[in-house]
Write a protein that binds this ligand. Structure first.
Ligand SMILES: Cc1cc2nc3c(=O)[nH]c(=O)nc-3n(C[C@H](O)[C@H](O)[C@H](O)COP(=O)(O)O)c2cc1C
Length: 327
C-alpha cells in the first residue's frame, strides 16, 4: 500500500502514516517504540518509566538498534506530581546525547525546556487536554500539538471535553501540525479526525494489546473482553483527573474523594505507580491505577503492533473509497 496519507505530521516526523503512539507509562519501551517505527508510525519511549538518565539512555540506544533507521522519540511526562526540573534536565541530557530527534511533552508547560531542546535541533510535540492549553503551547513555539479528549486513557484534563468537539475546534484554530487523540482506535475514526482538519491522531489504549507491550498476557486478555463502559474517572477532586480501568482502586479512590475531596495525601497510597507496574507484571488487574481509555472497546485480539496498524490502515483506505461516493 503506497503512502496515501501524507500530512503535516507525516512530513514533520518522516513517517508513512499520520498516527502517533503516545507515551505509555511503564509500557512504552524500546521494543514497543521500535515496533511502531518499523510499522510506519512514530512512538515515544516514556522517560518517567526509567529511574535515571543512564537507564533511559540504554533504552534509547536499544531502540535505535531495533528501529532499522526509522524515526522514534522520547516522551517527557511532567505529571502526576510535578516532575522536578533537575530530573527533566537529566532526561534531556540523555535525549540530546542519544541523538533523539523528537520529544513528546505532557503534564505541564514545556516552556522552561524548549530552548535547550530546540538548540539541539529536537522537534517538540506537546500534548494537552484542551484547546486553551494547546494554543498556549503553540504560542510558546512548540513544533506540533496533540489534543486529547475526555475519552482518552491517562489524563483527560479537568474540563472533560470530547474528542469530536476538540478536533472540530482545534482543526480551525491551530496553525501548526496537530494531532487529535482520545477514544481513537479504528481507521474510520482516523479519517473522521482528518476530516475535522487535524493532521493526524494520537493512540494509546488501542495499542495496549500489541504483542510488543510487555504487560502480562492475562492483562491483555482482560482488555479484549472490556467495553467502552469499563473505564472510570478518578482524582477529579485534586484536579488531576485520570481515566483508568474500573477496578477496586478506582472504587476506593472515588469513595475517599467523596469524603475527603481535594486531599491527595489520602489518595497517594492507592495510585502509586509501583502498584500499577505490579499489576502489569502479574496480570492481576483487580487493583492498581491502570490508565485506560474508552477505545479499549476496539481491542479485539492479541497480535503484533504492525498487524493492528495494518488493519487500521486498510480501514482508512476503504473509508476513503466509501466516502468517494459523495463526489
Ligand atoms: C496505559 C497508558 C499509559 C499512559 N502513560 C502516559 C505517559 O506516561 N505520558 C503521556 O504523555 N501520556 C500517557 N498516556 C496517554 C497516551 O499517550 C495517549 O495520549 C492516550 O492514550 C490517547 O488516548 P487513547 O487512550 O484514547 O488512545 C498513557 C495512556 C495509557 C492508556
Amino acid at each position: 500500500m503506497e503512502a496515501q496519507f501524507r500530512t503535516a505530521i507525516t512530513d514533520l516526523f518522516g513517517t508513512r502514516l499520520p498516527i502517533v503512539a503516545g507515551g505509555l507509562h511503564w509500557l512504552a519501551d524500546a521494543n514497543y517504540v521500535a515496533a511502531a517505527a518499523r510499522a510506519g508510525i512514530i512512538g515515544f519511549i516514556t522517560a518517567s518509566s526509567f529511574e535515571n538518565g543512564a537507564r533511559l539512555r540504554a533504552e534509547i540506544d536499544r531502540c535505535r538498534d531495533l528501529a532499522e533507521g526509522r524515526p522514534f522519540g522520547v516522551n517527557i511526562s511532567m505529571l502526576p506530581k510535578p516532575t522536578p526540573d533537575e530530573k527533566v534536565n537529566e532526561y534531556i541530557d540523555e535525549i540530546i546525547g542519544g541523538g533523539v530527534r523528537f520529544v513528546e511533552t505532557s503534564g505541564r508547560s514545556p516552556e522552561a525546556f524548549l530552548p535547550r531542546l530546540h538548540a539541539a535541533g529536537i522537534k517538540v510535540l506537546h500534548k494537552a487536554p484542551s484547546l486553551r492549553h494547546a494554543k498556549k503551547a503553540e504560542s510558546l513555539g512548540v513544533d506540533a500539538v496533540s489534543i486529547v479528549g475526555a475519552e482518552c486513557g491517562g489524563h483527560p484534563g479537568v474540563d472533560l471535553i470530547g474528542s469530536m468537539i476538540q478536533g472540530a475546534l482545534a482543526g480551525a484554530a491551530i496553525n501548526i501540525p496537530m494531532l487529535l487523540g482520545g477514544g481513537i482506535g479504528t481507521g474510520r475514526q482516523v479519517m473522521a479526525a482528518l476530516a475535522l482538519g487535524v493532521d493526524g491522531v494520537t493512540i494509546g489504549t488501542r495499542f495496549l494489546v500489541a504483542d510488543e507491550i510487555w504487560a502480562h498476557d492475562d492483562y491483555k486478555e482482560l482488555l479484549i473482553t472490556l467495553k467502552e463502559t469499563d473505564t472510570a474517572l478518578m482524582m477529579q477532586s485534586v484536579r488531576n483527573t485520570v481515566r483508568a480501568l474500573r477496578n477496586s482502586t478506582t472504587e476506593i479512590v472515588n469513595d475517599l474523594e467523596r469524603t475527603q475531596a481535594g486531599d491527595f495525601s489520602v489518595l497517594r497510597p492507592h495510585v502509586a505507580g509501583a502498584l500499577g507496574r505490579q499489576a502489569y507484571l502479574s496480570g492481576d488487574a483487580s487493583s492498581g491505577a491502570l490508565s485506560l481509555g474508552q477505545a479499549v472497546a476496539f481491542a479485539d485480539r492479541r497480535e503484533p503492533l504492525a498487524r493492528i496498524i495494518e488493519r487500521i490502515e486498510a480501514e482508512m483506505i476503504s473509508t476513503t473509497n466509501a466516502l468517494s461516493r459523495f463526489h
